[in-house]
Design a binder for this molecule. Structure first.
Ligand code: GLC
Ligand code: CA
Length: 561
């Protein structure tokens, strides 16, 4: 293992160098911070911006190139901050605009970029526009910023359609005067009407507001949902479900006109030097549909959730990597990779559960609903595979998106008491959707203390005892820890980063993937359980212990010829 390397980027590749200017994002390692669960500076149990600032040295040592910050705006937290009251301010519960400026200055001094989450599909019901819409009444220009409809039935008491929200329960809620408003997510998240030019203008103002404050880019929430075409007679949920999402004509999702919005955003992003970047969260039918969001004329990049939905399987990984590299090339973008985020069961846990076969974003849901008992979780296997998979990903061309805590090998928390859950998905779909609180439990920084160093007091979600052994303090000086693995790999990645390409090297075993980057950097993953002969080359880092001359099962190694 090489752990004595300097973490500054290789000047030959300049990909992560400040001077690389406009292309820094193409192969960045981006670390997602869910601010309310990262670090709590003032001891109120909720992570805050000052907490992030205090941990910049940790982030710098980790070797990441950018932070993606989940919503930090004023919010009642009906959906963990994805219910935004005011797009141009900081939630007073977690800081001020001055704290934001301090945070971004500290990140930039550490040569770390900042990507802000932006939520254009819906605001919160506390947003001034929505409050005005409720007050102004039917047919008003204020109401035309959202999607209001009369109800059905003699007195309009039946919702305009039987649509079910993404979190379960009805997608329409009745206002006091009898009209209904659409919310594809929680009741507190009214959908904007993107046919209204005022909505367009306001988001351009928001993009400028944060870009002027030094934000380097944006992560665009539910990017595929903004454009909607609602006919006078609405289809039923069953009809919606039967409508293809492949041709840009579905009433709600991935409509072709959505791209007009992002073409407009690109104009604003390009007013800056370097241009601001953007990455779309777009759940769409194909790599081809996704590539449209990633076009250089639009957002520039889009999340690719294929690896996140796959089992730990050589064949599946090979197919996904090959397809997405080809698609990105056509789109003129770079590929993105991700295993974990704030919406899914952590991959160290997913990989310790029986494989589901095929792609499935709900992996681990059943286990979570059982309180973490069924099927049986194999913690050691899950962690071993997660480390192998992450080291595989960090060697791939393109951007790697990491989620806070995965560098510690954290698993999902399954035993959150019913009365301490926060996620609307948990409450709106009781017994069916386990919710996403289990991956949002505050990080453990120390082996003990009231919240394992998250802050001076207790944390807003309960942390299990086993967090102690996975804390930063416990892993800091351990050469075998997951934290040491991520630090070593990220540091090496900055030095080795090269042209966005790879060649697959033949391998006899169907459970082994082996590729070489143009500069001779090689990555080999043994997805099987039996050791194989170690390919030639100097070992730079491995995801697990090696024994002489072999690459053990469920292990990745980086080699240099
Ligand atoms: C995105 C976010 C998720 C949120 C939803 C509604 O999918 O990642 O956390 O609940 O949008 O804003
Ligand atoms: Ca706090």
């Amino acid at each position: 293992m090489t752990d004595v390397l300097d973490s500054s980027p290789n000047p030959d590749t300049r990909d992560n160098d400040e001077d690389a200017g406009a292309t820094w994002w193409r192969q960045a390692a981006v670390y997602q911070i869910y601010p309310r669960s990262f670090a709590d500076a003032n001891g109120d149990g909720i992570g805050d911006l000052a907490g992030i600032t205090s941990r910049v040295p940790y982030l710098k040592r980790l070797g990441i190139n950018a932070v993606w910050l989940s919503p930090f705006y004023p919010s009642a937290l009906a959906d963990g901050g994805y219910d935004v009251d005011d797009y141009r301010d900081v939630d007073p519960k977690i800081g001020t605009l001055d704290d934001f400026d301090e945070m971004i200055t500290a990140l930039h001094e550490a040569n770390i970029k900042l990507i802000a989450d932006i939520v254009p599909n819906h605001s919160s019901d506390r947003h001034v526009w929505f409050q005005q819409a409720l007050a102004a009444g039917k047919g008003s220009p204020e109401r035309a910023r959202y999607i209001f409809r009369d109800g059905l039935g003699a007195n309009g008491e039946i919702p305009p359609s039987d649509w079910v929200s993404m979190f379960g329960g009805p997608a329409w809620t009745r206002a006091r005067d009898g009209q209904w408003y659409l919310h594809l997510f929680a009741t507190e998240q009214p959908d904007f009407n993107w046919k209204n030019p005022e909505v367009h203008e306001d988001f351009l103002t928001t993009l400028r507001f944060w870009s002027d404050r030094g934000v380097d880019g944006f992560r665009v929430d539910v990017a595929h949902g903004c454009a909607k075409e609602l006919p006078d007679v609405l289809p039923t949920q069953a009809e919606l479900d039967a409508t293809p999402t492949t041709d840009g004509q579905h009433p709600l999702w991935d409509r072709d006109e959505v791209h007009d919005i992002y073409a407009e955003w690109r104009q604003v992003l390009d007013e800056y030097d370097p241009p601001r970047i953007a990455v779309a969260e777009a759940w769409v039918a194909s790599a081809e549909r996704r590539a449209r969001y990633a076009s250089p004329k639009e957002l520039g990049q889009a999340f690719n959730f294929d690896l996140l939905e796959a089992d730990f399987d050589a064949g599946a990984f090979l197919e996904i990597v090959s397809t997405n590299l080809a698609e990105a090339k056509i789109a003129g973008s770079s590929t993105t990779w991700v295993f974990s985020n704030h919406d899914v069961v952590r991959h160290a846990t997913r990989y310790g559960l029986p494989p589901r076969g095929g792609s499935d974003v709900k992996q681990g849901a059943e286990w979570l609903l059982s309180g973490g008992t069924t099927p049986e979780l194999d913690v050691a296997t899950g962690l071993r595979r997660a480390r192998a998979a992450s080291l595989f990903m960090l060697g791939l061309p393109g951007s790697a998106y990491l989620y806070q805590g995965e560098e510690l090998g954290l698993g999902e928390v399954a035993d959150i008491p019913a009365d301490q859950h926060q996620d609307p998905a948990y409450f709106r779909n009781p017994g069916v959707d386990p919710g996403r609180d289990g991956c949002r439990v505050p990080l453990p920084w120390t082996v003990d203390g009231p919240s394992f160093g998250f802050g001076p007091a207790r944390a807003h979600l309960p942390q299990p005892e086993w967090f102690s052994a996975l804390s930063v303090e416990a892993e800091d000086d351990d050469p075998a820890s997951t934290l040491t693995l991520y630090r070593t790999a990220l540091t090496l990645r900055n030095q080795l980063q090269t042209t966005e390409a790879l060649d697959w090297l033949g391998s006899d075993a169907r459970s082994v993937l082996h590729f070489r980057r143009p500069n001779g950097w090689e990555v080999v993953t043994n997805f099987g359980t039996e050791p194989i002969a170690m390919p030639a080359g100097e070992v730079l880092v491995s995801s697990g212990p090696l024994s002489e001359g072999t690459l053990p099962g469920e292990t990745t190694v980086w080699l240099k010829a």
